[in-house]
Ligand binder design. Structure first.
Ligand code: ATP
Ligand code: MG
Length: 405
C-alpha cells in the first residue's frame, strides 16, 4: 500500500475448525477457492499458522480493496481482519500502527486496544501493550476517548510467531462451508427472485452449483435468457463458476398444451422440467436438485403438487426457501445482489400457456394418467440433444461458443 506499509488479511475459518480429521482437506479446498477468486487481482501468498490463514500480496500496487470485497463473499470464512504487518518490536508497532489506523480512527469518538499475544516471548505483556499503545494513539489522535465497554473501534494488536499485526477489528465473513466440500447440486434457475436465493443458501453449505434454465422461444425472448445469465454471474460472486445448461422447452410445452388437460398443465410441465434437470445433473455428476419453491406460494407449490413433482425424481430435491415468506426471500435477494436483476420484467417459460384454473390438489394417479396420453420420450430426448452448456463466472469474459449437452 502507499506509505510503504505491508498489509495482510487474517482469516478465521469458523466451522471448518471443528472438522476433526478432515479439517486439512476442507482447508485445502478453501485455499484453492481463495486463490481462484483473487487470481485476477495479482499474485498472493497464502500461509497457515495457528488456525489462521494469512493472505499477503506478493507485489506492490495490488488492489486490496477489491481483494477484501472478494474475500467477504467466500464461503468457509467466518471472520477476517485487514491488518498492517509490523516487526515484533513496540517502536515498529507504533511507527506503522499509528498511520495505518488513521482511516478507522478519524471518524471514531471512542476506542479501546485489545492485545493478543500468542508469542509469549514478546517483551511486553498484554495489559502493557494495551496501555502503552492506547496512550500513543491518544496522543496521535487527541479527539479520541477510551471506552472499554462500547468503543466505536476496537484496535487489536496481535503478536504472533511470524510478526505483529495491527487492525481495527474483525469483519464478519460469508460463513458456511467452502464451495466444493459438500459435492454438487443442479439448481433449477428461473429469472425469478426465489431460485437464486435457494442456490445461494445451498452453496453456502459447501455445494458446488450447476444451473439449468428452460427457455421457450419464441414465447420467451433472448433478453429473458440474458437476464438469467446475468443472475448466474451475480451468484458466482459467492458460488464460484457455474456450469449453465439452457434447455429448449417450447415443443414440450406445446405438446402438454395439445394433449393434456389444461388444469394439469403446470404440474405436468414441472414434472418434465425435473426429468430434464436430472439429465443435466447426471451429466455434471451432481447428486441433488435445488429449486426456489416455497410452500403455498403458487399453485404448483402446494404440498400435493410437490408430491407429484417429487414422484419423477430419483435424486433428493433441496428446497432451502420452502419455509420462508416472500419478504424474507426478498431481503436475502437484496443482500446477495440478485434482486435488482430478478425484477427486470422479462417473461419466464413458466408463464407460457398457464391455465386460468390450475389444480391445486392434483393426485399422482390423475397426473400420471393425463401424462400417458402422449409419448413425451422423443421430445425429452430432443430437448436433451439440443441443450447448450457454458461456464459462467464473475468478471470473466464468457466463451462465445457454447457446447451441446
Ligand atoms: P422463482 O422466483 O425462483 O422463479 P417462483 O416463485 O416464480 O420462483 P415458479 O415459477 O413456480 O415459482 O418456479 C418454482 C421453481 O421452479 C423456481 O424457483 C425454479 O427453481 C424452478 N423454475 C421455474 N421456472 C424455471 C425455468 N424457466 N428454468 C429453470 N427452473 C425454473
Ligand atoms: Mg418463477
Amino acid at each position: 500500500m502507499e506509505n510503504g506499509l505491508q498489509e495482510i488479511i487474517l482469516i478465521k475459518t469458523g466451522e471448518i475448525a471443528l472438522k476433526g480429521l478432515n479439517k486439512g482437506s476442507f482447508e485445502m479446498v478453501l485455499v484453492k477457492n481463495i486463490k481462484r477468486r483473487l487470481k485476477a487481482l495479482g499474485s498472493f501468498e497464502i500461509t497457515k499458522a495457528q488456525s489462521t490463514l494469512y493472505i499477503k500480496s506478493r507485489e506492490n500496487g495490488c488492489d486490496m480493496e477489491e481483494a477484501v470485497a472478494r474475500i467477504a463473499n467466500i464461503f468457509g470464512i467466518a471472520a477476517f481482519s485487514r491488518a498492517v504487518v509490523c516487526e515484533k518490536d513496540f517502536a515498529d508497532i507504533c511507527r506503522k500502527g499509528v498511520p495505518y489506523l488513521r482511516g478507522a480512527l478519524k471518524a471514531a469518538q471512542t476506542f479501546k486496544v485489545v492485545a493478543k499475544r500468542s508469542d509469549k516471548s514478546f517483551a511486553m505483556n498484554s495489559p502493557q501493550i494495551c496501555t502503552e499503545f492506547g496512550a500513543v494513539l491518544l496522543e496521535a489522535y487527541p479527539h479520541l476517548r477510551v471506552d472499554v465497554n462500547h468503543p466505536d473501534v476496537t484496535v487489536v494488536v496481535e503478536i504472533r510467531d511470524f510478526g505483529a499485526y495491527i487492525h481495527a477489528g474483525r469483519i464478519q465473513g460469508a460463513g458456511g462451508m467452502p464451495i466444493g466440500t459438500s459435492g454438487k447440486a443442479m439448481l433449477l434457475l428461473s429469472g425469478g427472485i426465489d431460485s437464486p436465493v435457494a442456490g445461494y443458501m445451498m452453496a453456502k453449505r459447501g455445494l458446488e452449483l450447476s444451473a439449468v434454465h428452460f427457455v421457450s422461444p419464441p414465447y420467451t425472448s433472448p433478453r429473458a435468457l440474458l437476464k438469467v445469465e446475468e443472475l448466474c454471474e451475480a451468484m458466482s460472486r459467492y458460488c464460484g463458476r457455474i456450469r449453465f445448461y439452457c434447455v429448449p422447452f417450447t415443443e414440450i410445452q406445446e405438446a402438454i398444451r395439445d394433449h393434456c388437460p389444461s388444469d394439469l398443465f403446470t404440474i405436468i410441465m414441472r414434472r418434465m422440467m425435473y426429468r430434464l434437470a436430472q439429465r443435466a445433473a447426471s451429466r455434471e455428476e451432481a447428486l441433488a436438485l435445488c429449486t426456489g419453491e416455497s410452500v403455498a406460494q403458487v399453485a404448483s407449490q402446494t404440498l400435493s403438487a410437490i408430491v407429484c413433482t417429487d414422484a419423477v425424481c430419483e435424486m433428493p430435491v433441496f428446497r432451502p426457501v420452502i419455509g420462508m415468506d416472500k419478504t424474507e426471500i426478498v431481503d436475502l435477494a437484496r443482500k446477495i445482489g440478485t434482486f435488482e436483476i430478478s425484477i427486470q420484467p422479462y417473461e419466464d417459460c413458466c408463464t407460457v400457456f398457464t391455465p386460468k384454473h390450475p389444480k391445486t390438489r392434483p393426485t399422482l394417479v390423475e397426473v400420471e394418467q393425463a401424462e400417458s396420453a402422449f409419448d413425451f420420450g422423443p421430445l425429452l430426448e430432443k430437448a436433451v440433444a439440443e441443450t447448450t452448456v457454458k461456464t459462467i463466472s464473475f468478471g470473466q469474459a464468457e466463451p462465445a461458443v457454447s457446447s451441446r449437452m
